[in-house]
Design a binder for this molecule. Structure first.
Ligand SMILES: C[S@@+](CC[C@H](N)C(=O)[O-])C[C@H]1O[C@@H](n2cnc3c(N)ncnc32)[C@H](O)[C@@H]1O
Length: 387
């Protein structure tokens, strides 16, 4: 747990008698300690009191050096200690292990291994010029191991919301769902579990974790690898859709290709009465795109809707502020989107303009207690266009 200053500490910081920035250094070091502890298997192994000697033998560590990591984890509140025995705290069980509510340890590892190294190379340019030169996703390239770390991080963050978001989408049994930028596959797998036929689109090297998730859950999901801003990808999605009706069961290979052409979506959906998607998900993708790209993506997505179909947009809105933990979190997310993608958190007026230009309008909005600033927009074509 990040160090929460006590009363006297707070007085000293308020009076500017102590360098408050040291807390940020502590936070950064603590993040690395959490990722390291998770790598070593410390949290999983401490599901009950264990002596240092026992734990060191189980984790193949030197006792003296493991003690120093454990004592650091005690200092920051993730582990408790009595004499020579250590065990994880309730906070750790709930938020950093698979035995709790949501395991955020992979999110910590994603920050340490992917975001921060990328940040060091690209942040200055992103702030000077408005974009980082290459997006985080381009930087990951074909590195499947780095993609696995990235998708595990995204999945960990998503695990806080998958159930409430799936509930908010309503009954999807028998629905045809297209998950654009579906990444780790947690949403696709959950909707497939609830009876939907799901097609997940993402960059080809990014897909393996989602394939594994679908196999582990024993559900059918169709995977389409490629760039959702390319005409070629939408042609393949439309061909598959017209061929398969409502039974996805395949893997559509493809290479990422550049370019964007909204006209290419004209053929999407075809003339087949069964073609088209009942629900198209745009979950945490719009924040990474410049306005012209976001508008193109919405046009493509609108063009593949079945009659009466809808889009669902889940994303981070707002710019954050100074006071609460939530406000600070939103501000940091906005900066991170700028640095990693040249993007930013979304502005509701801007999104409504994009939707209007694509002939769409929002019919409902949900917010989530666990994720300040995150909104789920339910979006439909106006009634006349749906006939
Ligand atoms: C932040 S993740 C969101 C994952 C998931 N939808 C969620 O809400 O947790 C964004 C995903 O979009 C994918 N993506 C970004 N740009 C893309 C593009 N041009 N074509 C296909 N996928 C893309 C990324 O690879 C990544 O998996």
């Amino acid at each position: 747990m990040p160090v929460i200053p006590g009363f006297l500490d707070r007085l000293a910081f308020r009076a500017n008698l102590a360098p408050v920035a040291i807390l940020d250094v502590h936070g950064a070091a603590s993040l690395h300690a959490v990722a390291l502890a998770d790598d070593l298997g410390v949290f999983a192994a401490l599901d009950g009191p264990r002596t240092l000697a026992d734990l060191a033998a189980a984790l193949a560590c030197e006792e003296d050096t493991l003690r120093r990591l454990l004592d650091t984890l005690v200092a920051v509140g993730y582990v408790d200690r009595s004499g020579d025995e250590y065990w994880r705290t309730r906070t750790t069980t709930r938020w950093l292990t698979d035995d709790g509510d949501a395991n955020l340890a992979p999110f910590a590892r994603f920050w340490v291994e992917v975001v921060l190294p990328y940040w060091r190379e690209h942040a200055e340019r992103a702030v000077r010029e408005g974009e980082p030169g290459e997006s985080l996703y381009d930087w990951l390239g074909d590195d499947e191991a780095a993609w696995a770390t990235t998708q595990a991080g995204f999945r960990a963050a998503a695990s806080l919301l998958v159930d409430p978001v799936a509930d908010a989408l309503g009954d999807v049994d028998g629905a045809r769902v297209l998950d654009l930028g579906g990444g780790h596959g947690a949403y696709a797998v959950e909707l497939a579990r609830r009876g939907a036929s799901v097609t997940l689109v993402d960059r080809s090297p990014a897909l393996e974790p989602a394939r594994e998730a679908a196999a582990d859950a024993d559900v059918d999901v169709t995977f389409v690898g490629g760039d959702y801003l390319s005409e070629d990808l939408w042609r393949r999605v439309a061909e598959h859709d017209a061929r398969s009706g409502s039974r996805p069961s395949s893997d559509i290979d493809g290479t990422d290709s550049g370019g964007s052409d909204p006209d290419g979506a004209d053929s999407a959906g075809g003339d087949d009465a069964n073609a088209g998607y009942d629900l198209v998900l745009l979950f945490n993708v719009l924040h990474g795109h410049a306005p012209a790209e976001a508008a193109t993506l919405l046009e493509y997505a609108a063009a593949v809707l079945a009659p009466g179909g809808r889009l669902a947009i889940l994303d981070q809105f707002g710019r954050g502020g100074r006071s609460s933990v939530a406000d600070v979190g939103v501000a940091l997310i906005d900066l991170t989107y700028l640095i990693t993608l040249g993007g930013g958190t979304l502005d509701p007026d801007m999104v409504n303009r994009w939707l209007g230009d694509a002939g769409l309008s929002t019919v409902g909005t949900e917010t989530f207690r666990r994720a300040p600033g995150v909104k789920l927009l339910r979006v439909e074509l106006p009634y006349a266009d749906r006939e």
